[in-house]
Design a protein around this ligand. Structure first.
Ligand code: HEC
Ligand code: HEC
Length: 324
């Protein structure tokens, strides 16, 4: 009996010690610093470069879909260019994330950030203080030319004073942050510029580096955001944009398989669908932004989607009740 008690006592001590070590490690790893180069990017005052940046921001890059203030959501959905003053919460199981104010306000926006700091965050996922940025934005492979355009445009906005709350990371989120969150950077050498034509290459660039179609049209682990299904094959359950408590929608399969949503769609139908904008009010797809894309860009996107590997994945269409 005595030895059993002793064993239990020591097991208890070991478990308590291990938990303490874990807690301390998690605490120490909350503000890990990372190294990344500063891209050689400088904002320009050239009006055609600024126009390209504005187009990317309010069009395929859909910055306003996240960075628009919640109060201006109605106007954004009607297609207006709303201020990018931030504040929208992402309520995740591990944290409440608040999208930042990216107008040039000195105290509450990005007024104090240098061009190179903004470029490093967008390309390498490292914040100005060296900590890892959260991977909400897919712009790691944006060309120097387009990154310059985006930052040039950001500098021309009217500053809006709007203090956004700090992110709230829950206990489990801190564990995820300690061990799983690392800066995400480009997948290879980033080109200086890319021809803007109707080619598959440009379509792939738009889909992957600017518009982030696979961000939603891929099934993911909601804890880490890591894909658990094939890219573009859909099946991610997304909360309704207008009644998240009660309704959700699964993202359709965009691969050219007979189970895919685009099966049998002509290029003309695809373009027409984007011109129609949001048809399902519950949909979280940034239709208002994407509907600004030119015919040529939509042609390129369509062509690129046709080159994907067909993946069999039957996705339940329409709006579904969360209780189902
Ligand atoms: C899917 C939502 C989403 C989209 C779309 C998006 N952002 Fe963000 N953005 C975020 C979140 C969330 C953060 C906070 C990230 C963090 O704290 O690590 C952020 C942070 C930033 C920051 C850092 C702000 C600061 O205070 O340093 C910049 C700059 C930025 N975004 C620019 C852009 C631009 C430009 C676009 C469009 C081309 C864009 N974002 C599109 C969600 C988004
Ligand atoms: C923020 C999430 C999100 C992003 C980003 C996104 N989608 Fe979607 N998409 C959805 C959801 C949800 C639906 C289903 C509801 C609907 O049809 O609007 C959908 C539906 C679609 C449909 C079917 C429309 C129909 O009428 O049947 C197509 C085509 C489509 N998306 C293409 C794309 C392309 C191409 C991109 C990138 C340019 C993209 N999506 C980016 C969430 C997203």
């Amino acid at each position: 009996m005595k030895t059993l008690k002793k064993v239990l006592k020591w097991t208890g001590i070991v478990i308590v010690a291990l938990i303490l070590i874990l807690v301390i490690t998690v605490a120490c790893r909350q503000n890990m610093k990372y190294e990344a180069p500063y891209p050689d990017i400088q904002a320009s005052a050239d009006s055609s470069i600024i126009a390209r940046g504005r187009y990317l921001a309010y069009g395929p890059g859909h910055c306003a879909d996240c960075h628009g203030a919640p109060e201006s959501r109605e106007l954004m959905l009607k297609g207006q260019e709303v201020p990018l003053s931030g504040g929208m919460p992402f309520k995740l199981p591990i944290a409440n994330i608040y999208v930042r104010n990216i107008t040039p306000d000195m105290e509450t926006g990005i007024g104090k950030r240098t061009d190179k700091e903004i470029a490093r965050l967008l390309r390498y996922g490292v914040r100005p203080d060296g900590t890892a940025g959260l991977d909400f934005m897919p712009f790691h492979n944006v060309t120097d030319e387009d990154l310059t355009a985006i930052i040039s445009f950001l500098r021309t906005q009217k500053p809006v004073k709007h203090k956004v709350p700090d992110h709230e990371i829950f206990a489990l989120g801190k564990v995820v942050n300690a061990f799983l969150i690392k800066p995400v950077g480009p997948s290879g050498e980033v080109p200086k510029s890319i021809p803007r034509d109707t080619s598959v290459a440009y379509g792939q660039y738009l889909a992957n580096s600017i518009a982030n179609c696979a961000g939603c049209h891929t099934n993911r682990d909601m804890m880490t955001g890591a894909p658990i299904g094939e890219l573009f094959a859909g099946g991610l359950k997304m909360e309704s944009a207008i009644d998240p408590e009660n309704y959700s929608i699964f993202t359709p399969n965009l691969t050219p398989d007979s189970t895919g949503r685009l099966f049998g769609w002509s290029q003309e139908q695809f373009i027409k669908r984007f011109r129609q904008g949001r048809l399902i009010p519950h949909s979280v797809m940034p239709w208002p932004s994407y509907s600004r894309m030119s015919d040529d860009e939509l042609k390129a996107l369509y062509k690129f989607l046709q080159t994907l590997k067909p993946v069999k994945n039957v996705v339940k269409p329409g709006v579904i009740a969360n209780k189902e």
